[in-house]
Design a protein around this ligand. Structure first.
Ligand SMILES: [Zn+2]
Length: 914
């Protein structure tokens, strides 16, 4: 086998001699798989793709295989490095030049800069099929690699000579395996169109493309390292698929609004390179190529988009979908005549991003396309017909080769202009305002979150320093140890965008047209999400010695005093891990007063270990005192908002002071998992609870209907989902019987029984309607019945006020921020006197929005965000806002955790008869 990097001159000669024959040694994918890539109803599974890529490495000196790490399910996450053999032999040198183009290690001197332009290679990253049902690109990758490894045409030679091509054949290998196995299980049966019943990522499903600033998932972390710690590609294309009924492919540029923190040149190159792809497709005679549609240029969080704030040209393609690998028929439109509407309605776009339905369950032909008007963005509309996986592969191959060629042609221009963007970014940070953003440690509600904040920024490639001494900035004094993010750095656009308040620039297509609602979330202000105060500094920083930070900063933890009863403050989510760890170690825990935890029954050494790990200041107390908590003193009424609205939610609604919380044990938590595509909010919740070391059990429709819930669980969580879908689910003869339907009326009765026996039912987002309507409870969902014109929020950070004297409000700051996405907000109404309703968190009377876009703000002012209803003995907790949204909202995680601990009072679960 031909190896790269020969060790001696003799070997080197041998390799040169065999280059010409290397083309013959890498088997074509068709031979390797036994079918042509993209053949109807045929899929290459991830293990076979990995095997082929290893074969390409072994048989071609143009291809290098790397495993970047493991996925969530422990499958290999891989990348290929593809270039001319001479480049691969000196890869470290070229990687260094690519890093220097992004000013890693400081600004290159003029001579080095010119060397980068003359000799450097353009690093271009392509990532495939993050959404696993959008499977075409992961298949296409096989033919692409074969072609680049074996083709000796001038076009391929030019690409190899000018570009270092980094290919990630799947950003979601676990999902690739799930979708392939599900497809193969059902193909040829009556269930061939049965939608995959669970999330196509172990935790987050489609939302895996919303993780590129919090980097919670392993796949996002591998990608972030590749992008901002390893290769620093100047161009990055992420390949997706969209709905089946309209345009055949979307190429860049995307559509308004743009984001003010992105350099305009990045948007220009989005257009140039996207249009190069379009031109290649037109040249090949392909129809249905569109740009300037659907996908907006504003928001953070998606894969290729996140490159823009890093001065990288991030591109997207979206190709029309087949039914995974099965072909689709669509009625042909007649140009000049509107669609007759025969055929089934169009499938929802697989890339819709949020709230996507389960898709269609049958295979009748799609209705004719309705958008058939030729125009600048869409000169040759798609008129309908047959569409197959092979069509997807063809479009993607042409678009990918078109990009590689354009990048090779423009290598030096792109590198010169990217250098300019980087230079100007640093220069602007030196000259303009702000000069820096500070993250103090002192005075934070939870300093551990300040550490998490800078850690996340570092994962995004941002340089963070710590001040070695106290200093003054903008007239204020900061302690030694304060985190400093200087704007004179190459990724300051990203840091600024992440830390400031977002203002969504409204788009109107005409002077009298209504504003268009945003495509996705409009707020990601990281300080607010984590509950961390950040400070923008306008004047130049004084000369103070700074030390560059590496990794997650640790805060010191210790025990003071002597005795066997240990107490510490519960502040922020990391403390929650400490609490769960101590419970697991066999400690007896209690809330003695608001947010004050006591531990007995554990050795000092055990407690000290936890204190050190989580940076806790633990006090050892000599006298073990009785477990019965002291009655709490009545808190001062809150007077933060002097002008009350007409009828605000009662500020001190709790009819009697709640207990301090008292002792609690490790809660037995059930997490409801619906079928038919799964529920992303469920997946995120599960991920968060696992990270914070809660034990949980997934339960399905049949488990709920089977009853005996209280014997098994203290709390049941139902994540954000339409109440009707929870009860009814999806029914169709083409769905596999075991995945049909919802919890049903029998399930509703069992949930009622669970609460009647003392269980805690936790409903999130739209699932709150299930509790409100079916239990019922005396709470009104004010979101209900409002039109999109009256109230709409695709993702906004809101101010909230938390009752931190109530056990369900412990651990958070009294004034903090919550994430809100079109879910209920509440009014408490008259109900049974035996029900005790507590408002745990409410929106302020004025200025509800903290960051992002919201229509109908005034409707939420003064209203309840989180409500707890004690039914004696059971309890229902309604989360209108999303305390765990996409695992980003650390500031409100404790509100969810409290609901779980509160469900498990006493030292052990209650004894129940079977
Ligand atoms: Zn997608």
């Amino acid at each position: 086998m031909l190896r790269r990097r020969p060790l001696s001159a003799a070997l080197f000669l041998a390799s040169v001699v065999t280059v010409a024959t290397s083309a013959a040694t890498l088997q074509p994918p068709e031979q390797f798989l036994g079918f042509k890539v993209g053949a109807d109803n045929k899929l290459a599974r991830w293990d076979r793709i990995v095997e082929y890529m290893k074969l390409a490495d072994a048989n071609s000196d143009r291809v290098r295989f790397r495993e970047l790490g493991k996925t969530s399910n422990n499958n290999p996450f891989i990348a290929l490095e593809i270039s001319a053999p001479e480049t691969l032999k000196n890869l470290d040198r070229y990687k260094n030049l690519a890093r220097r183009l992004y000013f890693q290690g400081g600004a290159p001197a003029d001579a080095e800069r010119d060397e980068i332009f003359r000799q450097g290679k353009l690093v271009l990253l392509i990532t495939c099929s993050i959404h696993a049902t959008e499977i075409g690109a992961s298949q296409m990758a096989l033919e692409l690699v074969h072609r680049l490894a074996t083709d000796d045409s001038p076009a391929v030679k030019k690409i190899l000579d000018n570009v270092i091509f980094v290919l990630v054949p799947s950003l979601n290998p676990d999902g690739q395996i799930m979708v392939t196995d599900w497809f193969n299980k059902n193909v040829g049966t009556e269930y061939a169109n049965s939608p995959i019943p669970y999330l196509y990522h172990p935790y987050v499903g489609h939302d895996n493309n919303r993780d590129m600033y919090m980097f919670t998932q392993k796949e996002s972390q591998h990608t972030a390292r590749l992008l901002w710690h390893d290769w620093f590609p100047a161009v990055w294309l992420d390949e997706h698929q969209m709905g089946s009924s309209g345009a055949r492919i979307f190429v860049m540029p995307a559509t308004d609004p743009i984001n003010p923190n992105v350099h305009p040149l990045i948007y220009r190159w989005n257009g140039i390179l996207g249009q190069s792809q379009a031109a290649a497709l037109e040249a090949a005679g392909k129809e249905g190529i569109i740009y300037n549609s659907t996908y907006t240029n504003f928001w953070e969080g998606a894969m290729a988009w996140s490159g823009w704030w890093h001065n990288q040209i991030g591109l997207l393609t979206e190709v029309a979908s087949a039914r995974v690998a099965a072909p689709i028929e669509q009625v042909r439109a007649v140009p000049g005549r509107p669609s007759t509407g025969s055929g089934a309605p169009a499938a929802p776009a697989p890339s819709g991003g949020r709230g996507e339905g389960p898709g269609r369950f049958d295979n009748s032909p799609l209705a004719a396309p309705t958008d058939i008007t030729s125009r600048t963005e869409y000169p040759r509309p798609w008129l309908g017909g047959r569409w197959t996986l092979r069509d997807i592969v063809d479009y993607e191959l042409i678009a990918t080769m078109g990009l590689l060629e354009a990048a090779a042609d423009r290598r030096e221009t792109i590198m010169r202009q990217i250098y300019e963007v980087n230079r100007q970014t640093i220069e602007a940070g030196r000259r303009n305002r702000p000069s820096a953003i500070l993250v103090p440690i002192e005075g934070q509600h939870d300093p551990r979150e300040a550490a998490h904040l800078v850690d996340r920024l570092q994962m995004g490639g941002v340089e963070v320093h710590r001040a070695d001494a106290a200093f003054e900035a903008d007239g204020r004094l900061y302690a030694a140890g304060t985190f400093v993010i200087q704007m004179a750095q190459v990724f300051s656009r990203y840091a600024k965008d992440m830390l400031e308040k977002q203002t969504y620039p409204e788009v109107r297509r005409g002077p009298n047209a209504p504003p268009e609602p945003p495509y996705d979330v409009t707020a990601w202000s990281l300080g607010m999400l984590l509950g961390v105060d950040t400070v923008v500094v306008n004047n130049p920083l004084p000369a103070v010695k700074l030390t560059k930070l590496e990794g997650l900063p640790k805060l010191p933890g210790e025990i003071t005093g002597t005795g066997t009863r240990f107490t510490f403050d519960y502040k922020g989510p990391d403390t929650a891990i400490a609490i769960n760890r101590l419970l697991k170690d066999g400690g007896r825990l209690a809330f003695e007063a608001a947010s004050r935890v006591s531990v007995t029954g554990l050795s000092r050494g055990k407690v000290e270990q936890v204190a050190k790990e989580f940076g806790l200041a633990v006090k050892a107390n000599p006298e073990p005192r009785t477990r019965n908590p002291e009655p709490r003193t009545n808190p001062e009424p809150r007077t933060r908002n002097p002008e009350p609205r007409a009828n605000p939610e009662p500020r001190t609604p709790n009819p009697e002071p709640p207990p301090s919380g008292g002792p609690f044990h490790a809660p037995r938590v059930a997490m409801y998992q619906p079928w038919t595509g799964g529920n992303m909010d469920e997946g995120w919740t599960r991920w968060v609870l696992e990270q914070y070391e809660f034990n949980l059990t997934a339960i399905h429709n049949a488990d709920i209907r089977a009853g005996r819930l209280r014997q098994q669980f203290d709390a049941i969580i139902i994540a954000d989902q339409n109440a009707r879908d929870i009860v009814d689910g999806y029914e169709a003869p083409t769905i596999r019987p075991e995945y049909r339907g919802g919890i049903g009326e029998a399930g509703v009765e069992q949930l009622k029984q669970f609460v009647a026996e003392g269980g805690t039912l936790i409903t999130m987002g739209n699932a709150c309607d299930l509790a409100i309507e079916r239990l019922p409870i005396a709470v009104r969902n004010l979101k209900r019945g409002l039109t999109r014109d009256q109230h709409f929020a695709p993702g906004t950070i809101l101010k909230i006020e938390v009752d931190t004297q109530h056990p369900l409000g412990y651990g958070t700051a009294a004034d903090t921020f919550g994430f809100y996405v079109n879910s209920p907000f509440f009014s408490v109404v008259e109900g049974f006197s035996s029900h005790r309703t507590n408002v745990i968190a409410r929106y302020p009377n004025t200025d509800v929005v903290a960051s992002g876009w919201l229509r109908g703000e005034e409707l939420m002012a003064g209203r309840a965000a989180i409500v707890s209803v004690d039914l004696n003995p059971g309890r229902v907790i309604l989360f209108g806002l999303r305390p765990q949204h996409r695992a980003q909202t650390h500031a409100t995680f404790p509100l969810l955790f409290n609901a779980l601990w509160a469900s498990a009072p006493g030292d052990a679960p209650p004894k129940t008869s079977n």
